[in-house]
Ligand binder design. Structure first.
Ligand code: GCW
Length: 701
């Protein structure tokens, strides 16, 4: 007896002291402690009823069953076509008043005859509704009101930059989640966890491999492996895409050319596409990076991007899949402006792409810099379907050591007005298809997932995956609301703590920008690894991979004049934008040095000179990190020990590196401004040469 009590006690103690490794992401389903709240949800836990035998409905019911068991401590049976009251009814229906106006994947949740009904026109919609219900329960919300929700964008996609050898390009959370050497026979349980996490956000597409693509992914051996993953993801409503190497007809097919107008090449792609469908009948399609950063493409044969994309579209004609063609292209022209290159290469092709093609454009014109003005292609391509690509993985945003919540950045881009069809023509409206009547809308995010136990490295990086998915579903959600949901499901439901954590998250991006790229500076990071500061980078494999190409520091001032002298990129934007961003007196300070070369002693709207303002911002960034550290310490009682310690330690690194960025940039630019650091600031206690040494260590082999 005594032994039994001891064993029970042991389990209780070890359960409660078990640290949280973050592997359950935001789907923790821990028992709700508030009895009243729990009771209110238990009203609907007598059964879960499904109307048809469909794998997606089955997964939906199982998810609810698991959620109810964890959150409410109930054992709920799955039944078919129940006629009693007191449960959840899952139904695919086209004739419910509430579902009438829904998009295909939309859902309605409402009480009816003592049950809670989750209704949608599609099975996937029912699944999304179930996750919405679980989210509400996880975050303690009432179920008294009807819930109606539809996605604003049709294809909501993750792009994995995962390689066949298990590495992840720009991945900061371990190695690839896809275990190619184990597939197709072993299905890592994490594939299912991955599918659930994405489905909980409404993400419905995944391109499985790096856009710097190996032809290997098109071999029969790999198609069999990809099929195994596709089979796992399918019941969760997720379609698989493959990134393809344009040279595959040569490397794989043994042809002499990969010219898209060559009949043999076309035949090869037609056959390959058919073959893929034998493995994956609902194949999502191709994602292509062509003639970009050394990748092969149609221009190698004197053809255009449209020729290349349309050839693949033709191969895809008998099927439902599409072709996503990336617009991330630029040439190494020391006298050009990378800002304009995608626009200029694609503009003559507007209207020339097959209807199956979506051109995927990065949110900004250079890369995924911490703050970019929106890409000028948005709003200027009325006859091309444009999709948007964000980067969830934080290549330029602190990777997995700096706490940086990205929802405000995604939203800043989506909410910006292009004015292309008058006021209100936001980037979001270009993307969701409403402005140019495009039914095949696409939003993609470069994934930040990896083999780390918590998937994303920094515990807060999970919030960026979450936020991307939520905004892909509905970009009108506020970044505060999204953060609040994530905190409630992932960290704590204590109201006071939630507010404080939300504040930390909201402050994190402006803080990061302040000590790295204030006032619209961009592209000054360490060469290759893209971590840490290297504003002095003068020589690289290409001129547009240096830092000086972008900041243009000289004895007069700082910033890239894009208003006419060096480049007239500003002219790619509308008249309204030219009046603000194009005018140094009116330009939002956050974008100032993106468009103007400003004199060091020029007085800005803050009352400070450019040089002073720059110093204040760099210094203030560090102060803000120190505040984040202190604020985090106060949260210890509310946060699981392992997560708390992990964030705490990372904040220490972040502080150290914010000083590194500050010292590097202030000391380097000081040599150009020839002005002293303002009196109120303590000058760095090291020389520029000493700071440069830190970067050298990064480059040691
Ligand atoms: O940001 C750059 C990255 C490359 C990446 C490229 C792209 C996949 O540094 O690693 O390559 O963008 O988006 O194609």
């Amino acid at each position: 007896m005594q032994k039994r009590i001891f064993t029970v006690l042991f389990f209780i103690v070890s359960f409660f002291s078990m640290a949280d490794d973050g592997s359950r992401l935001w789907l923790k389903y821990d028992l709700i402690k508030d009895q009243k709240q729990k009771l209110s949800y238990q009203k609907y836990t007598k059964f879960i009823s499904i109307s048809a035998n469909h794998p997606t409905l089955q997964k939906t019911a199982e998810e609810l069953q698991m959620g109810f068991a964890g959150l409410l401590g109930t054992k709920t049976n799955i039944v078919s076509n129940n006629s009693q009251a007191g449960g959840v009814v899952l139904e695919v229906s086209t004739n419910q008043a509430l579902t009438n106006d829904l998009a295909n994947d939309g859902f309605a949740i409402f009480a009816q005859k003592g049950n809670l009904v989750i209704s949608s026109k599609s099975e996937a919609g029912v699944l999304y509704g179930a996750f919405e219900l679980l989210r509400r329960i996880q975050t303690g919300q009432s179920l008294n009101e009807n819930i109606v929700s539809s996605p604003k964008i049709k294809i909501r996609m993750l792009n994995h930059w995962d390689n066949a050898n298990g590495t992840v390009e720009r991945g900061y959370a371990g190695s690839s989640i896809w275990k190619w050497n184990e597939l197709p026979f072993r299905i890592d349980p994490r594939y299912i966890a991955y599918a659930r996490a994405n489905a909980s956000l409404g993400i419905n597409a995944t391109s499985i491999n790096n856009v710097n693509a190996s032809s290997r992914f098109l071999t029969a051996e790999y198609l069999e492996k990809i099929k195994a993953v596709a089979d796992v993801l399918r019941p969760y409503g997720i379609k698989v895409f493959i990134s393809v190497n344009f040279r595959s007809p040569r490397t794989l097919g043994g042809l002499k050319t990969s010219d898209p107008l060559d009949p043999e090449v076309r035949k090869w792609w037609n056959e390959k596409t058919k073959e893929i469908h034998q493995y994956i009948p609902d194949f999502g399609g191709y994602l292509v990076k062509a003639n970009s950063e050394g990748e092969p493409g149609p221009q190698d044969y004197g053809r255009t991007h449209a020729d290349g994309a349309n050839m693949l579209a033709e191969a895809m004609k008998p099927f439902s899949g599409i072709v996503i063609w990336r617009a991330f292209v630029y040439n190494a022209d020391p006298n050009g402006d990378r800002f304009k290159e995608a626009y200029e290469q694609f503009k003559p092709l507007d209207g020339k792409f097959d209807e199956k093609v979506i051109v995927q454009v990065k949110n900004g014109p250079i890369d995924f810099m911490p703050r970019e003005p929106f890409h000028p292609m948005f709003g200027n391509f009325p006859n091309t379907k444009l999709g948007i690509e964000f980067q969830i993985t934080q290549e330029y945003l602190g990777q997995s050591t700096h706490l940086t919540y990205l929802a405000p950045m995604f939203k800043e881009c989506l909410d910006t007005d292009t004015y292309s069809k008058g006021k209100g023509s936001t980037v979001a409206k270009v993307i969701d298809g409403s402005l140019y009547n495009n039914p095949n809308s696409l939003i993609a995010g470069v994934a930040n997932t990896g083999s780390d136990a918590n998937w994303c490295g920094h515990p807060f990086n999970q919030a960026n995956w979450y936020a991307f998915g939520r905004l892909a579903w509905d970009y009108t959600l506020s970044s505060e609301k999204i953060a609040n949901e994530w905190i409630g499901m992932t960290l704590t439901n204590d109201e006071k703590a939630k507010i404080q954590i939300n504040e930390i998250m909201q402050k994190s991006l402006p803080t990061y920008i302040s000590y790295t790229y204030p006032l619209g500076l961009h592209h000054m990071m360490g060469e290759g690894h893209h971590y840490g500061p290297e504003p002095w980078l003068t020589k690289a494999a290409r001129p547009d991979w240096t830092s000086i190409y972008y900041h243009k520091a000289d004895s007069v001032g700082l910033g890239f004049d894009r208003t006419g002298k060096l480049s007239n990129a500003i002219k790619l934007y509308s008249k309204e934008i030219n009046e603000t961003w194009g005018n140094p007196e009116k330009c939002d300070l956050n974008y100032l040095l993106w468009f103007h070369h400003i004199a060091w002693n020029k007085k800005l709207s803050t009352g400070n000179t450019l040089w002073e303002e720059l110093c204040y911002r760099y210094y203030n960034g560090v102060v803000e990190v120190q505040k984040l550290q202190k604020d985090w310490l106060k949260l210890q009682p509310y946060i699981d020990t392992e997560t708390f310690a992990s964030v705490n330690a990372r904040l220490k690194t972040q502080e150290k590196e914010s000083i590194w960025w500050r010292d590097a940039c202030v000391l380097y630019f000081k040599d150009f401004s020839k002005m002293p650091i303002p009196n109120s600031l303590t000058p760095p206690n090291r020389s520029l040469e000493e700071v440069k040494k830190i970067v050298e260590i990064y480059h040691l082999r």
